[in-house]
Write a new protein. Structure first.
Length: 262
């Protein structure tokens, strides 16, 4: 077994390089958008300046999803009893509590850190290793925190919307947080040896995709625009701890929707 708090220091260099590349790009885009557009040019959405490229990546991801991931997820939903499905979801959600705790501390949110520690303890000890979410019954609902939110808390700009191959909707800030959470900060996944970790990750991906299938009924109009707005709204909601007064991302009432797993 690997040490629980194993750090992967070479990866930290990759993270710093990624942030060094992406964050200046977001600043340059912000400066460019303040300048008047040349006459006759096509208008550019300031929150999605790379829309043409993003749509191509979205189409690629959607093709992979329709032909590979979604059929597997549908089969999973068909043959997995609801009780077991719920237990699997709870188990993987419980593993994220260490991430929630660490980022709560980094954001100086003492109460959220206590809640994350309490949830992990209750669900692990009394919830059969996290299969049962007893913490919510004890009035300790989950408070999701990630390093992208930590960057936002300390004033890092979101940057332009990005659609990443295989990973889906993102921004430079969100992607930097995703990489940091996955490879630099302490994670419960560090305690899982290979090849079991690959099997567990595969089950987690399929389980999450299966949980998103009911949410597809909410999608209306242009699916790319809907997914983009839902993702950006959700990130804004999380970074501001639900205190979103003026939503800069919604372009219509039918797209003003918070989807937890986007």
């Amino acid at each position: 077994m690997k040490p629980f708090f194993t750090r992967r220091r070479p990866t930290a260099i990759v993270i710093l390089l990624a942030l060094a590349v992406f964050l200046p790009v977001s600043q340059a885009v912000a400066q460019t958008m303040q300048e008047p557009a040349p006459e006759g040019s096509v208008p550019v959405d300031p929150k999605d300046p790379y829309e043409s490229w993003n749509r191509k990546v979205y189409t690629f991801n959607d093709t992979i999803d329709r032909w590979v991931l979604k059929p597997v997820a549908q089969t999973y939903r068909t043959f997995t009893p609801q009780l077991i499905d719920r237990g699997i979801t709870n188990f993987f959600n419980n593993l994220t509590e260490l991430r929630n705790f660490t980022n709560s501390v980094l954001q100086l949110k003492g109460e959220s850190a206590v809640v994350a520690a309490g949830r992990f303890t209750y669900n692990t000890v009394f919830g059969l290793g996290g299969l049962i979410d007893v913490a919510t019954a004890f009035d300790l609902p989950e408070r999701p925190e990630d390093f992208g939110q930590t960057l936002g808390y300390w004033g890092t700009a979101s940057g332009p919307y990005l659609m990443l191959p295989f990973l889906g909707p993102s921004t430079p800030r969100h992607f930097g947080g995703f990489v940091t959470d996955g490879f630099a900060l302490p994670s419960a996944w560090n305690a899982v040896e290979s090849p079991e970790v690959y099997f567990a990750r595969a089950v987690q991906i399929v389980d999450k995709r299966a949980d998103l299938i009911p949410a597809e009924s909410f999608i209306s109009g242009d699916s790319y625009t809907f997914v983009r707005n839902a993702f950006l709204q959700r990130r804004e909601f999380l970074i501001n701890d639900g205190k979103v007064i003026n939503d800069p991302f919604a372009s219509g009432d039918d797209e003003n929707l918070m989807l937890d797993d986007f």
